[in-house]
Design a protein around this ligand. Structure first.
Ligand code: ADP
Ligand code: ZN
Length: 758
């Protein structure tokens, strides 16, 4: 199995290795392993002097072969008996790798279970031929060891290697002769067995009577269901936007579609933005689909993830309900994709592979040729624009079920409140008290956690900042410390100002912790619950809290955006938006969109049962156009206006953006690299212009959070009018940046369709 020159028309394996290599590599396929080599199987391949794992993407005479005469190296081993990933997912990963400019090998790891990453343990065993061959022969020490100890792992052999001579070379020879085979175990198999034993047997078979029968669809729901049903029976790619106000009964439509897909023997992928939401949907789906359901979220322990993956792959689980990374999971015979709350920013991953799960889901549906339903009460402007251009089919549910009224909204101008009512206005206090008196529940929304949001010296004006980030620290009473919400660093409250030394340090602003205290003082004895990242650190706490609210054990629920989405609490009749301005202060072009979406979602939690709801929105900007849109609960006219302004300013969705983010522990390195990248982008833009293609380069500039986790951050934006031109620019910039010293000293992240533009 030596490296040798490439033969004309030779069949090669195209492999994506599981490390940060930005191209796929070609290897020859030795006779001995040819029958086992299949697309989608993992393989061991040489890479430089290392041996690494990868996945076969294609087999055949390559369209653009490495030039003749060039040396190709052989695959060392095939690790799977059959393809781990189906063609459709491979195609999706390829698209993701190109679109988000991320190494394919690393993209693929998102689609494989965690334990199948690089470090699995390799065991060696003699094959039948090997056993026969060596039965008569006097064997080498290495072979003797294999005879004595079948299934020895490579690690164990390495530990014993002193008296084994050059066993690595010997192994290569033994493998080439077909006398030794490698087996690979990943701990997941054991874990699967474990969960199999404990799991109850699969009870629900589609068609059989389900544990909880479906609700009878209301006429509006029925109409939409009937529109979608034929697309499940004759699957082809077709995107739908289900634009239904909060409480219009979207969930029941999803469940009926899932049922229909299961009856047609297809699998379904349902994405939800956050675990908080998945827990409520989970119980609804669990009641309906029992053991066919798998749930996927970020807090799932690794063995369970692997077990889910295996059971999906095996077709035991056919409905996957999960957060963004579930978009890469091998749902068997995929027949339908649903993305709930499709506008939600948490579908965007903000580190390593910076993908948007909704967009990837749409591409997956396209590649696999299935319908996709994007649902929201406040769809993204991007999806609304697609509806206008007829790329998506828009289905609307303009009313709540049973014509329940949307909540009545009242805006309170906080500039007119007395100092003692700065957190809870007079109006909110009064309504809160009335709501409690009538035995109903209330929800108080504040999009900031902690007790006080910044700490400042009254003499010199210095704000106490994180030691590692250019971020002001939040005071948390729970720990009596100032904490950084970006890196987790914390410190005690200083007695005097770290800058000027005066004992004049005061904390200002308020978060959910402070709000809780304020409510406790105002309504002593009323049972409260708080839901934010601090109260849900322990697994299971979130579900406990939500259950307490649902069972009426907690009368007032205080929380961050965790309480905004999806929840259906029929007894909540009052929603208080404590500070409607928090996300408006951000200078991002999407600030208006995200504010309206968030506030309308929160408001939508009120009055979902039989008693009509009320919403009190406290704000310092009562005249702001977004507050006005929320007040009227009129999303559509907001969208019209906002799209007009985006078009005028040539922002997405009318243009396409990419952000190049350059970070370094050294400020000057990040700055220099950003300048160089901007220069390079401008050169490429100039070249493109001569081909009559247009892109605009903006920057370089320092990010608003100029330093996070000890890294200085600079960025460059490029705007284009078509995806094709933007892709071309990215490709050319990345291929020309090699060899440019300042750029290679820093970390470069390519953020396509960035959600954070500051
Ligand atoms: P959305 O997700 O659109 O905000 P939900 O799906 O949570 O709305 O539905 C709102 C409420 O209406 C829920 O309590 C749900 O049980 C109820 N509901 C939905 N569809 C029906 C139906 N067909 N018959 C009776 N109740 C329904
Ligand atoms: Zn920090």
């Amino acid at each position: 199995m030596d490296d040798r020159a490439l033969q004309p028309k030779e069949i090669l394996a195209e492999v994506a290795v599981f490390s940060a290599v930005d191209k796929t590599l070609h290897y020859s396929v030795p006779e001995s392993i040819r029958p086992k080599a299949a697309v989608g199987c993992r393989v061991l391949v040489p890479l430089g002097r290392r041996e690494v794992m990868g996945l076969i993407l294609s087999l055949g005479v390559p369209e653009h072969p490495p030039s003749q005469g060039i040396v190709v190296r052989p695959l060392r081993a095939v690790l799977d008996r059959e393809a781990l990933l189906p063609q459709g997912l491979l195609g999706l990963c390829r698209w993701v790798s190109t679109y988000y400019a991320y190494p394919l090998g690393e993209v693929l790891q998102n689609a494989l279970p965690p334990a199948m990453e690089k470090s699995l343990s390799t065991r060696l065993e003699l094959t039948r031929e090997g056993l026969e061959h060596f039965a008569a022969d006097s064997a080498t020490p290495f072979v003797k060891l294999l005879l004595e100890k079948p299934h020895l792992s490579l690690q164990e052999i390495r530990r014993k290697r002193r008296n084994l001579g050059n066993w690595e070379e010997e192994l290569r020879y033994l493998e080439a002769e077909g006398w030794v085979a490698r087996t690979f175990d990943w701990k997941t198999n054991a874990a699967t067995e474990e969960t199999r034993k404990t799991a109850s047997p699969c009870r629900i078979v589609p068609g059989e009577e389900a544990a909880v029968p479906p609700l009878e669809l209301l006429p509006d729901q029925q109409a939409i269901y009937e529109t979608l049903l034929p697309h499940i029976h004759r699957p082809a790619f077709k995107p739908f936007l289900l634009f239904g106000v909060t409480g219009s009964g979207k969930t029941e439509i999803y469940m009926r579609l899932v049922q229909a897909a299961l009856e047609a023997d297809a699998g379904v992928l349902i994405l939800v933005p956050e675990i908080a939401l998945s827990s409520q949907l989970e119980s609804l789906f669990r009641q309906r689909f029992g053991n066919l359901l798998a749930v996927w979220h970020s807090r799932l322990p690794r063995p369970e993830r692997s077990a889910h993956w295996t059971r999906l792959q095996a077709g035991e689980k056919r409905v996957l309900l999960g957060v963004r990374s579930a978009v890469f999971m091998p749902v068997p015979r995929l027949g339908l994709v649903i993305v709930d709350e499709e506008h939600d920013p948490s579908y965007k991953q903000e580190d390593s592979l910076r993908y948007h799960a909704r967009d990837v889901a749409v591409m997956r549906a396209r590649i696999q040729g299935v319908p996709i339903v994007l649902g929201s009460a406040t769809p993204s402007l991007q999806s609304m624009a697609h509806c206008r251009s007829n790329r998506y089919t828009c289905l609307t549910l303009p009313n709540r079920v049973f014509q329940r009224p949307l909540p009545e909204l009242q805006v309170v101008d906080m500039r007119r409140q007395s100092a003692s009512n700065r957190i809870l206005s007079r109006e909110l206090r009064q309504t809160l008290a009335e709501t409690m008196a009538s035995g109903k529940q209330a929800l108080l929304f504040l999009n900031r956690r902690g007790f006080a949001t910044f700490t400042l010296c009254n003499v010199c004006g210095n704000v106490v900042q994180c030691a590692h980030c250019s971020v002001s620290l939040t005071y948390h009473q729970q720990w009596d410390r100032l904490c950084c919400h970006y890196c987790g660093w914390s410190r005690p409250l200083p007695d005097s100002c770290p800058t000027c030394g005066h004992a004049s340090i005061f904390s200002h602003g308020f978060g959910t912790e402070r709000l809780e205290e304020e409510v406790k003082q105002f309504l002593p004895g009323v049972p409260l619950a708080r839901l934010d990242r601090d109260t849900t650190a322990r697994p299971g706490r979130m579900a406990e809290t939500l259950n307490a609210v649902r069972r009426g054990k907690a009368k007032i629920l205080i929380g961050t955006q965790m309480i905004a989405k999806g929840h259906d609490f029929p007894d909540v009749t009052l929603v208080g938006i404590v500070n409607g301005d928090t996300s408006l202060q951000i200078a991002d072009f999407r600030a208006g969109e995200t504010t309206v979406q968030l506030l309308m979602q929160v408001a939508g939690r009120a009055g979902r049962g039989d008693t009509p709801g009320r919403v009190i929105l406290q704000t310092y900007n009562p005249a702001h156009y977004t507050i006005d849109a929320v007040l009227k609960m009129d999303y559509l006219s907001f969208v019209e206006k906002e799209l007009e302004s985006r078009e005028r300013l040539q922002y997405p969705p009318f243009t396409r953006l990419v952000k190049f983010l350059l970070t370094s522990p050294r400020e000057e390195n990040a700055r220099e690299a950003a300048a160089q990248l901007a220069g390079l982008s401008r050169e490429v833009a100039e070249d493109l212009r001569s081909e009559n293609r247009h892109v605009a380069v903006l920057g370089p500039s320092s990010a608003v959070h100029a330093r996070l986790k000890n890294r200085f951050r600079w960025h460059v934006f490029v705007k284009a009018w078509t995806n094709r031109d933007l892709q071309e620019l990215i490709n050319r910039v990345l291929s020309r940046k090699k060899g440019l010293a300042p750029l290679n000293r820093v970390h470069l992240a390519v953020d396509r369709d960035p959600v954070m533009t500051l």
